[in-house]
Design a protein around this ligand. Structure first.
Ligand SMILES: *[C@@H]1O[C@H](CO)[C@@H](O)[C@H](O)[C@H]1NC(C)=O
Ligand SMILES: *[C@@H]1O[C@H](CO)[C@@H](O)[C@H](O)[C@H]1NC(C)=O
Ligand SMILES: *[C@@H]1O[C@H](CO)[C@@H](O)[C@H](O)[C@H]1NC(C)=O
Ligand SMILES: *[C@@H]1O[C@H](CO)[C@@H](O)[C@H](O)[C@H]1NC(C)=O
Length: 490
């Protein structure tokens, strides 16, 4: 009897349900509307307080999430096909993800929702292409939207005009869970579009937060002199006429997230009804953060500040402590190795992340790399912003942003996020014509108000510069964890 039980426990691999939202921040209260996520995942599991993305933009971040690799290794640099978002190089990396590893080990694997931004477009292979790693596939063609989209249902493109996408993903998720038996373990990824632009709530949630306004942290709409040139561009601060728009965006994002919260509750309910909940890990996270008004920017991601690079991360599952805050510094490249290890499988050496130690809540010291390649082409300034002289391949300059540009070709940077028991720093180098550098000590400046690079000892700057340069060429968890080891540079 005992032996039988033992064999059974060993054989019964855990299931995984991963929820990946689009542009959900952690810093500005982005988790506030998620009452069911709080109740069913946070209260029953672990909430990470120092969780970051390897790149603050959709496609590169999603590539890191899937492959467990830093951007310089998977080479998905931006959201365009030419930047690696579903080119031939990606098709190679795509066959080495946590999904392919689990599928090869006998898992049923299911994906529904937004995938890599160019997925399903003609040049990326069309919607007939089902990415490797998935036994059941419901990938959204193109970028996040709420209505009027094409989903590839196992390679069959299906157009829908008026079904709210988050609800469609919820129904697919529930149906899939209901169909599972204990015969084979499963992996399910649900990737709803919320709260990505245009922030469309389900009709039943429209107006729920009608009098909520954007959070006013000390860095909200302040004029800036000590940050890189794109942030210093006028108007700074934004004119008062822009503030109602920031408030509208903030509350619309919360309203769009309510359908995600319902999806989580309903999928957990389906797991419970089918007696699968106890053996299932639930992982909730976002691809990148978001800013609304910080340092006189409008609303977007693509910047090195905490609003943009910090993401929610919650995990619940068998053997995991309940209602615990975990302060370990973690990156989204850790999720693939974490899932693979929890499934009892071997983590491929290609992965730069490391399995998260779910039993240790302490802040062990770590140097984390964040990479961003600026997007922008000649002529991407909106023609209704005619006074902007586009000498820098600026992008995302629209009248609704008061013509404040959100990106530029040389808004390219690499940051070191250094966190430890008594350390909380950020060091960023820009690949712009100024070779601009920013440094923040977040332990006494959590809102990154003061760039302290000029007050920093040369030896400290040198140390960070060296560490960053080594991280930018690291490959594999051992090297990326100890970037200076064996480099003879120290
Ligand atoms: C669940 O099974 C039913 C019946 O076989 C099928 O019609 C449905 O498509 C399945 N759901 C999913 C999400 O696979
Ligand atoms: C949501 O509410 C806003 C303002 O109250 C209104 O303008 C808009 O048409 C509504 N949208 C839907 C889909 O009901
Ligand atoms: C929000 O609106 C409700 C009525 O819908 C009102 O009771 C409440 O006081 C308002 N709160 C704020 C902060 O304006
Ligand atoms: C994306 O990256 C590629 C390769 O570096 C570049 O050619 C392209 O212009 C970039 N796309 C945008 C929108 O900047």
């Amino acid at each position: 009897m005992l032996l039988f039980l033992f064999v059974r426990v060993c054989e019964s691999k855990p299931n995984f349900v991963v929820i990946l939202t689009d542009d959900q921040d952690d810093v500005l209260g982005g988790m506030e509307p998620m009452k069911s996520v709080q109740r069913f995942i946070a209260n029953e599991g672990v909430t990470f307080t120092s969780s970051y993305t390897a790149s603050p933009i959709c496609c590169p971040s999603r590539a890191s999430f899937l492959t467990g690799q830093y951007v310089h290794n998977h080479m998905v640099q931006n959201n365009s096909l030419s930047g690696g978002c579903y080119d031939s190089k990606w098709k190679y990396h795509e066959s080495h993800t946590f999904a392919t590893v689990l599928k090869d080990a006998g898992y049923n694997t299911f994906y529904a929702g937004k995938y890599m931004n160019q997925y399903g477009t003609k040049d990326a292979g069309g919607p007939e292409l089902v990415p490797p790693g998935w036994t059941e596939w419901h990938g959204l063609v193109g970028n996040s939207v709420y209505y009027d989209y094409v989903i590839s249902n196992n390679g069959v493109p299906t157009h829908s005009t008026n079904e709210y996408l988050t609800d469609v993903i919820r129904e697919l998720g529930i149906s899939y869970v209901e169909n599972q038996t204990e015969a084979a373990p499963f992996l399910m990824v649900l990737a709803p579009p919320a709260p990505h632009q245009p922030f469309t709530a389900a009709p039943r949630h429209n107006g729920t937060y009608h009098n909520v306004t954007a959070i006013r942290h000390p860095n909200f709409n302040v004029a800036v002199e000590d940050k890189h040139w794109l942030i210093r561009m006028p108007p700074s601060p934004l004119p008062d006429t822009m503030i109602p728009e920031l408030d509208r965006v903030y509350r619309s994002r919360w309203e769009a997230l309510l359908a995600v919260d319902e999806m989580v509750a309903d999928v957990i309910n389906a797991l419970e009804s089918n007696s699968l909940l106890d053996n299932t890990y639930l992982i909730y996270t976002s691809d990148n953060g978001y800013h609304i008004g910080q340092f006189s920017q409008a609303y977007d991601k693509r910047q090195p500040y905490e609003t943009d690079i910090k993401v929610p991360l919650l995990i619940k599952g068998p053997g995991i402590k309940k209602n615990v805050k975990n302060h370990q510094p973690v990156l989204n490249i850790d999720l693939a190795p974490t899932i693979i290890e929890l499934a009892g499988l071997e983590v491929p050496r290609s992965m730069d992340g490391r399995p998260i130690d779910l039993q240790n809540e302490n802040k062990t010291e770590r140097y984390m790399l964040i990479e961003y390649y600026g997007e922008g082409q000649d002529g991407t300034v909106d023609q209704n912003c005619p006074w902007i002289y586009d000498s820098d391949n600026l992008a995302q300059c629209y009248p609704q942003y008061e013509c404040k540009c959100q990106d530029s070709k040389n808004n390219t940077f690499a940051c070191l996020r250094h966190i430890g028991e008594r350390i909380n720093r950020k060091y960023c180098m820009f690949d712009d014509n100024e070779g601009f550098t920013e440094m923040y000590d977040l332990s006494d400046d959590p809102y990154e108000m003061t760039n302290i690079i000029d007050q920093t000892f040369p030896a400290v700057k040198h140390w960070y510069q060296l560490t960053l340069s080594q991280l930018l060429i690291c490959s594999g968890a051992a090297k990326c964890d100890n970037p200076l080891e064996g480099s003879n540079l120290v």
